[in-house]
Design a protein around this ligand. Structure first.
Ligand SMILES: [Zn+2]
Length: 94
């Protein structure tokens, strides 16, 4: 990565590019010029800062929800076992 490329990114990053980089940063490590370009853009663009905050909030909520799903799955297994035990009691041995 050249200094020239990093500087070009600092000066030319559009909101669309910044939004894409904010999203990409959730999945991969950004390059040096991408990171600095994004930082510079976020320093001057309220809309993209807000977008990043919203994306982080969504990610956080999704992680919490995923954790709850695990608990729900455990509860479902326990519920299925109770139902199966109840059916065995009613139907008797087969
Ligand atoms: Zn922007």
């Amino acid at each position: 990565m050249s200094l020239r490329s990093a500087c070009r990114n600092l000066l030319t990053l559009s909101c669309e590019d910044a939004a894409r980089l904010v999203s990409d940063a959730q999945e991969r490590r950004l390059t040096f010029s991408e990171r600095w370009g994004l930082r510079a853009h976020l320093a001057i663009c309220t809309g993209c800062r807000r977008f990043r905050q919203q994306l982080k909030a969504i990610e956080s909520a999704a992680r919490k929800l995923a954790g709850q799903d695990c608990v729900s799955s455990d509860q479902s297994v326990a519920a299925r076992e109770r139902i199966a035990a109840g059916l065995r009691d009613r139907l008797g041995p087969q």
